[in-house]
Every structure is written in C-alpha cells, then in structure tokens.
Design a protein. Sequence first.
Length: 220
Amino acid sequence: MKNRHYEQDAKGVVERRVPGSAVSETKPMVAPTLYPTPELSSNPLEQAGYIESSGAHLYAVLHEVPNPIARVLLVGPFAWERHSSYIPWVRWARFLAARRIETLRFDYRGTGESTGDFEGLSFDDWTDDVRCLTQWLQSRSPALPLILHGLELGALLASKIFAEGIGHAALLWAAPNNANEVLRAALLRQLAVDHAFSDANARKHSPITLMSWNSDALFR
C-alpha cells in the first residue's frame, strides 16, 4: 500500500442544499484542514458484507466508528477505474473514520465483488445502487448529517441522488460533464493500450503502468 500514489484533482465542487428550497448552491471546492483532536477514533471497525439491491447483492465495507459525527457514502468511479483508485479510496475511508466520520464504500452491481451481470446493467441500475445504499446508511441514524461523496462517474450518480433530496451535502471530485465523456475516455485509453503492443500476448506480459497516484499530501 505504501508504494501506491494518489494525486487529488482540485477541480471538484461542493453542493449544499438551501434550507426550504429545492435549489442547491454550487461552490468551488476548498480542501478542508482536519486537525487531530482527543476525540479521534483510534480503532475504527471495518465490516465487510453484502447488501441486497434489486435482487442482486452489493459488496460493501462499513468503516464503523463509535459515536460518529457524520456519515459518508463513497460513490466510486466506474468499473475500469476501480483498480487504480481502490487503494486510495480505502485509505480515504480510513482517514475519515479516524476522524469519527462513519464511511461506507461499495462495488456497483456487476463489478468487483458484487453480484450481477455487467453486460445487462445500465447507469439507471447503478444509480439505484447508490440510492439503496444511501437509504441504508441514513437509516442507521437519521439525525446525523449524511454526505454523498462521488469520484468521477460516481460524482454524476451522487449528484443525481442528491438532486432527489437525499442527503445533506454532496462532495464531487473530478466530476465529468456527462456519462458519454466517461465512456469516451475509457475507449480512448483502451485504444491506446491496444496499439501500444504488437499482439495481445505482448500486452498481457507487459510491466507498463498506465496510471500512478500520489497520496502522500492528501493523507498526511
């Protein structure tokens, strides 16, 4: 884990709902400064399991803390970005949990450890997954603030759920303009890989790393 690197994209936005209104404010995201305090949780409990969603089972990990001050649902990037973002996403969940913010991360239906046929699913299905898990997390303690934190495609899905009036705030990192932009970037990346090698066997055994991350600044 210590050899992996992650670099925060600063082009995110924070949305906050205006009380008594269906309109939300959009403001430039400013990275918060989190200072250690005596109330920090020294031993958060990580519980892995499955939560049912529309007949499928979503693999989820709850970073549980005693007496949390808030709860966060981490809505991750799309399937092909999961491998490069997995370790930073886990470290971010632990970072939040250590500061008494209970955090839930998960795999979409048909991806990672969750059940479901990927080819038969759509963005609407994955939006339903986010809605299901948001409601599950909120039911644990309705009085606590609930934050939807989306990364890349997850930012689009989180903002859609937030627009339905679910959650108290939405934190969006590296949000694309639309889903087509995400798909186009993935296709271009795949084409670049395909044309970088003479045949599939050469690509299979290549040590080339397509993406690196730098997490030192974010998790200090």
